[in-house]
Design a binder for this molecule. Structure first.
Ligand SMILES: [Zn+2]
Length: 449
């Protein structure tokens, strides 16, 4: 008999999961009423408990009690990453048991913030709420690929309170992946939890070695965007019955969005935060297919409240309501990645790395690859070749990449023996050294991506 899943022993987790379940059928009106009430509450809290928000709100001339509609709320200025980074204490409240955490951040500039146990319990329950949609339950057997050092002889550990087998992706060579596979044959996980990039490396190993993996119900991917080439491989290796589930979230816990039972669109969870998808004039995007920056207000963070927080993450708008599941939630077609995940060309175009995937076998001859931009107008394509990677194959890959990139950017290829992981143990697709900001002149052109 397995132990009770640890989260289910946390009353705050259980209560929030229950609330999300009950409010899952809310109408548009019920959601709008709830969000307005929460906007008034969280802004009043921030105003009364932090000097930073007090000053910001006073400057705008709007008191939290003046907020009668969501439009009133939009009179407040945005909060940027730099503002939080440089004035953390002023934007934080003295909440009991708060603890400090720091993000790695694709920009390479870590942002520190405070969380508290209640906010974190709600975070976990909100993610679980999304997983319930595809049949996941606390206590299901899961194998987890983590960018963590695991201190054991075989680089795995079994965590009974979560019923999960944790495998370190720091050791991700074929011999090691074979050990993980053997363990999985014994454990029979129902779910794989991973970063898309680490799942990809493992799925490639299975495909290349032709070795089997026990049937799974699905993959729960997070922390990175999922590229089409990754999803295709997952479906090929784990079968069409395995649901590939992805959600978008971040450390600031202001926006959370995941797939639903039926579609691969990101449904923005309205009980979690108030989320605006901004065009270059800072207005909410309403046209399907347009790209905007995610700005979000957290309803669950109190130790460091995030109000109209500019995430520098981009999403592609789809609709205000999913036809398939009926939830009247804002949906996004895809996450376009961080601003820092775009490549800038000589003429100022920005290219999303998701455009650089190949829908054929072009990448089959490469073990791993990575893009690296050091200066505008050129990009390095670094790769670890497989034995099958001949000169001809490589020239084909180069030609295809160049045609995707366009002729206003130089492509430099570089064969390497290995591509190191980031500090968090991730396989980073793009190292972007340029500082791309939303006011980058090319961003408006990114709308055409
Ligand atoms: Zn839906």
């Amino acid at each position: 008999m397995a132990a009770v899943h640890k989260d289910l022993t946390n009353r705050d987790y259980v209560a929030w999961a229950q609330f999300l379940h009950e409010s899952d059928i809310w109408t548009k009106k019920q959601i709008a009423d709830y969000q307005l009430k929460e906007l008034r509450r969280i802004t009043a809290f921030a105003y009364e408990n932090t000097s930073g928000y007090q000053r910001l709100f006073d400057e705008s001339g709007v008191k939290p009690s003046d907020i009668k509609t969501a439009d009133d709320f939009k009179k407040y200025p945005f909060l940027t990453k730099e503002m939080v980074r440089d004035n953390l204490e002023n934007f934080s409240a003295d909440v009991p048991n708060r603890f400090y955490i720091t993000t790695g951040g694709s920009t390479g500039v870590p942002t520190g913030m405070y969380r508290d146990p209640l906010s974190f319990a709600k975070e976990l329950a909100s993610k679980a709420h999304q997983y319930y949609r595809i049949g996941w339950r606390e206590g299901d057997r899961q194998i987890v690929f983590r960018g963590l050092q695991i201190d054991s002889a075989d680089n795995t550990e079994f965590c009974e309170e979560f019923n999960e087998l944790r495998c370190s992706t720091y050791q991700f060579l074929p011999e090691q992946m074979e050990i993980y596979r053997q363990k999985a044959l014994e454990f029979k996980p129902e779910w794989i939890r991973c970063y898309p990039s680490s799942g990809y490396v493992f799925a490639r190993y299975l495909k290349d070695s032709g070795k089997s993996f026990p049937p799974i119900k699905g993959m729960l991917c997070s922390s990175e965007q999922l590229y089409d080439f990754q999803k295709q491989l997952f479906e090929e290796v784990f079968g069409a019955d395995a649901r590939i589930f992805v959600h978008y979230g971040h450390y600031e816990m202001a926006a959370l969005a995941g797939f639903c039972e039926y579609t691969d669109d990101y449904h923005v969870l309205p009980q979690y935060g108030y989320v605006e998808l901004l065009d270059v004039n800072n207005n909410q995007i309403t046209k399907p297919g347009e790209v905007g920056e995610i700005a979000a207000t957290s309803f669950i963070m109190h130790a460091t409240p995030f109000i109209r927080y500019r995430t520098e993450d981009l999403a592609v708008f789809k609709s205000f309501g999913c036809e398939k599941c009926g939830r009247p939630h804002q949906t996004w077609e895809r996450i376009e990645g961080r601003l820092q995940e775009l490549v800038a060309t000589k003429t100022g175009r920005l290219i999303s790395t998701s455009m650089l995937n190949m829908h054929d076998d072009s990448y089959d001859h490469l073990k791993q690859f990575q893009f690296h931009q050091k200066e505008t107008g050129s990009v390095i394509f670094r790769f670890v070749p497989r034995p099958s990677c001949s000169e001809i194959v490589l020239n084909q890959v180069k030609a295809k990449l160049q045609s995707k990139l366009g002729d206003d950017i130089d492509l430099i290829t570089e064969a390497v023996k290995e591509i190191p992981l980031t500090k968090r143990g991730k396989h980073q697709l793009l190292i972007q050294e340029l500082d791309l900001k939303l006011n980058h002149p090319a961003l408006s052109k990114a709308l055409s991506l």
